[in-house]
Design a protein around this ligand. Structure first.
Ligand code: SF4
Ligand code: SF4
Length: 289
């Protein structure tokens, strides 16, 4: 895992792989954080039951979509997840935004996700060169969305829930993943046929690093959301989606990039959890660095 972490850092340091837009000297993301979990971790089965037993994938199910001829036990698999922190300059620009996303954020949402896709491919290919079969569930042709009985629309492989299982953070009131590098991040993962030592999960609750859940004291993301999609009850996915599809995506097309991007993320900056775990002791980041 240490070797992979190093390789990923080197790959991300190359501006040809990690740029805020093609040809830019500015990175889309800071140094990534990596974590991993066993494919046999019971949390994956619990997530399946909670999110959607009919459609949500366990690591074994995702892997077998890529390698249908392989028989294997869940314990032969590891799930590797990463967190890509938004840069300080993207966060600073976005902090000033009110009802509409900053152009820096919109670039990060569009081109940054291409970086994330490239990283998924890089990790799969890197492992393949070492004789390890791996697949990125989010890149599988069968990846898609369905209706979760409990949570409304949901994908059949959630990168955020996977990163949570891999010791990389807990959920905030706004549904974002609060990681040791904060909530202004993008996340990705692969499932690989290799045994790795799991990253410890330094939390017992799914929302332990959110100040609202831990101490009942924060409303910052509620105040940041221009759509009123975050309340004491949590994140209203439909309101959020309606605002993004109806307001910010057309804004990005007309005023920023010339095409629609599902950019918003105002609830990810200007909050105490923007760039750190706000419940960590002062000076600490809270987990795997
Ligand atoms: S802004 Fe406050 S309430 Fe919202 S997710 Fe962050 S810590 Fe939790
Ligand atoms: S992404 Fe935008 S609309 Fe959705 S909850 Fe966050 S601030 Fe509100």
């Amino acid at each position: 895992m240490r070797d992979l972490t190093q390789r990923v850092s080197v790959w991300m340091a190359d501006r040809a792989n990690n740029a805020i837009e093609p040809g830019s000297d500015l990175p889309a993301f800071d140094t990534p954080l990596l974590g991993c979990a066993s494919g046999a971790d019971p949390l994956f089965g619990m997530l399946k039951q909670d999110i959607g037993p009919q459609f949500y994938w366990t690591p074994q199910e995702a892997y077998r979509l890529a390698f249908p001829d392989e028989d294997l036990e869940p314990g032969e698999l590891s799930v590797i997840a990463w967190v890509l922190p938004q840069t300080a300059s993207t966060r600073a620009a976005h902090r000033k935004a009110r009802d509409m996303p900053s152009i820096e954020w919109s670039r990060g949402r569009h081109y940054g996700e291409m970086v994330n896709e490239g990283l998924r491919r890089f990790v799969v290919e890197y492992l393949a060169r070492r004789g390890v079969h791996a697949a990125a569930p989010a890149l599988l042709p069968a990846w898609g969305r369905a209706l979760s009985p409990r949570y409304g629309f949901a994908s059949n492989w959630s990168e955020r829930h996977t990163a949570h299982a891999c010791g990389l953070g807990t959920f905030g009131l706004s549904d974002g993943l609060i990681t040791p590098a904060g909530k202004a991040v993008r996340v990705g993962s692969v499932v690989a046929r290799i045994a790795l030592d799991p990253t410890p999960r330094p939390y017992t609750r799914h929302d332990e690093w959110c100040l609202r859940a831990a101490k009942g004291v924060c409303k910052a993301c509620m105040k940041r959301c221009p759509a009123g999609a975050i309340s004491e009850a949590g994140h209203d996915k439909q309101k959020c989606k309606d605002y993004i599809r109806g307001v910010t995506a057309p804004f990005v097309e007309k005023e920023q990039l010339g095409f629609k991007v599902n950019s918003c993320g105002l609830c990810q900056t200007g909050t105490p959890c923007e760039a750190k775990n706000p419940t960590a002791p002062k000076g600490g980041r809270g987990a795997a660095g």
